[in-house]
Design a binder for this molecule. Sequence first.
Ligand SMILES: Nc1ncnc2c1ncn2[C@@H]1O[C@H](COP(=O)(O)OP(=O)(O)OP(=O)(O)O)[C@@H](O)[C@H]1O
Ligand SMILES: [Mg+2]
Length: 237
Amino acid sequence: MASPLLTVGGIETAYGQSKVLHGISLAIGEGEVVTLMGRNGMGKTTTVRSIMGLTPPAAGSIRLRGQEIRGLPAYRVAQAGIGLVPEGRQIFPNLTVRENLVATAVERGAGHSRWSQDRVEQLFPRLAERAHQMGSQLSGGEQQMLAIARALLTNPMLLILDEATEGLAPLIRREIWRCLESLKQAGQSILVIDKNLAALNRIADRHYIVEKGRIVWSGQPAALAADPALQQRYLGV
Ligand SMILES: Nc1ncnc2c1ncn2[C@@H]1O[C@H](COP(=O)(O)OP(=O)(O)OP(=O)(O)O)[C@@H](O)[C@H]1O
Ligand SMILES: [Mg+2]
């Protein structure tokens, strides 16, 4: 692995009395695309919420470039350099496309702000066309593009996408995957959660599989692709 960007060590997370993560550990190197896979309800979103500080873990460590970020509130985690495209998109319906984009943008100082309004609109020309429409007037695919663009405008060291293609038409899905490939080529570190194994295999450097709040397998895409029994057991495909 490249030098570590994010290192998650043994996090344990509960909703009230109900413990959901039982010691999740994973690492993402600089410029890597890493996936978190597993069937419904296994703890993928909870892992993301734990990393973001939205559902703080009770134990374990989360380091971003060596700095402990466990225990920070979500806005501080975002400021520290993690951009989340949450499950279900959650754009602002009553703001225009452009207002959605400027609402959360972060300048990181000279040389560090790779993403600008212009650049995200080049990546997603539809957003430029719809700049003055309200978020609520966008199609599902356009909302997803807006959610990704908004996360990029925080100039994140790590971009996390939780089910970014779910419920979208095939053509739009392909556009999102193409976008992720170009982000990867540009050196963006990404943690991606999705159900499309073929698409994940094309883009990923490494996979992690989570089962009932534990990492049960990790390895290279080629190893997973070559092991139908493993896919059947943990992914049900
Ligand atoms: N807000 C909550 N309160 C209580 N339990 C929750 C809450 N959110 C999730 N859970 C439970 O935690 C477990 C893990 O859920 P999580 O959403 O992390 O799974 P997931 O792997 O993201 O699933 P999916 O593929 O369906 O998105 C599940 O058993 C779920 O029912
Ligand atoms: Mg989920």
